[in-house]
Design a protein around this ligand. Structure first.
Ligand code: 1PX
Length: 215
């Protein structure tokens, strides 16, 4: 049963979840955002144990957000917009240095948001790649242009080693469980604008409130 369940899982479902994130007035729903991340972590885990330290960090940040949603002020955490408003108005964010709120929603979500930028860059490289391109190279180039800028040396080093173990493009596409390589490329073309929209809405919001550097 476990095996057939795993076989059914397709990365397409994950991207569909990101589509459900955006409300009519262009707010980003946290439940769906978190659900999207859960799916990505599930996919990451299927790539092997070398990615465990990455999956673990993402999972703990997901859990922090879930706890806010389930907490007594859960309604304030319905969307990223309402969370930012609520936490800033009530001084619940350490804006310049770590102090009383090391795990604020704004800070935690910012980490996932930066990782979403990596995802956007990586998916675009996958989409435009050809048979002989290396997933490890696509992954590390995307990482170097995004998340690496915020990571200390040891994390960058460990990440680089993990990337080297990524399967080749053909196998990687198979793990995504979407269909033929052509179908994967087509699916990526549909998924990317959704991921980009969620990224851009969050980026604009954080930039408007000047909270892109929360420590
Ligand atoms: C079709 C392709 C789908 C691929 C899905 C893969 C999902 C990857 C999810 C990665 C989530 C990473 C979250 C990292 C958040 C973060 O930056 N955390 C650091 C800062 O947090 P702090 O609380 O200390 O301020 C934290 O120090 C990080 C620790 C772990 C290392 C993070 C490395 C991230 C590499 C991202 C690339 C994943 C490679 C996936 C290969 C397909």
């Amino acid at each position: 049963a476990v095996v057939s369940e795993n076989q059914k899982f397709s990365i397409k479902e994950v991207f569909d979840t990101f589509q459900l994130c955006v409300t009519e007035n262009k707010e980003v729903k946290i439940d769906q955002y978190v659900a999207g991340w859960r799916g990505l972590v599930r996919f990451l885990n299927s790539l092997g144990t070398v990615f465990y330290f990455i999956a673990k960090d993402a999972a703990s940040k997901i859990q922090i957000m879930v706890n806010y949603r389930n907490g007594e002020n859960g309604a304030q955490y319905a969307t990223i917009q309402s969370m930012v408003k609520y936490e800033l108005e009530n001084d619940l964010v350490d804006l310049t240095e770590k102090a009383s709120f090391p795990e604020s929603g704004c800070r935690t979500l910012l980490r996932l948001h930066r990782a979403l930028h990596w995802l956007e860059l990586f998916l675009e490289r996958l989409r435009t790649s050809t048979e002989d391109d290396k997933t490890s190279v696509m992954c590390s180039e995307s990482y170097n242009e995004s998340l690496a800028l915020f990571h200390p040396y040891m994390i960058r080093k460990a990440s680089g080693l993990a990337f080297c173990t990524l399967p080749r493009r053909y196998t990687f596409f198979e793990v995504m469980n979407v269909g033929t390589p052509d179908q994967v490329v087509a699916m990526l073309g549909e998924a990317l604008p959704l991921v980009s929209e969620v990224y851009q809405l969050t980026q604009d919001l954080y930039s408007k409130h000047n909270i892109l550097d929360i420590p």
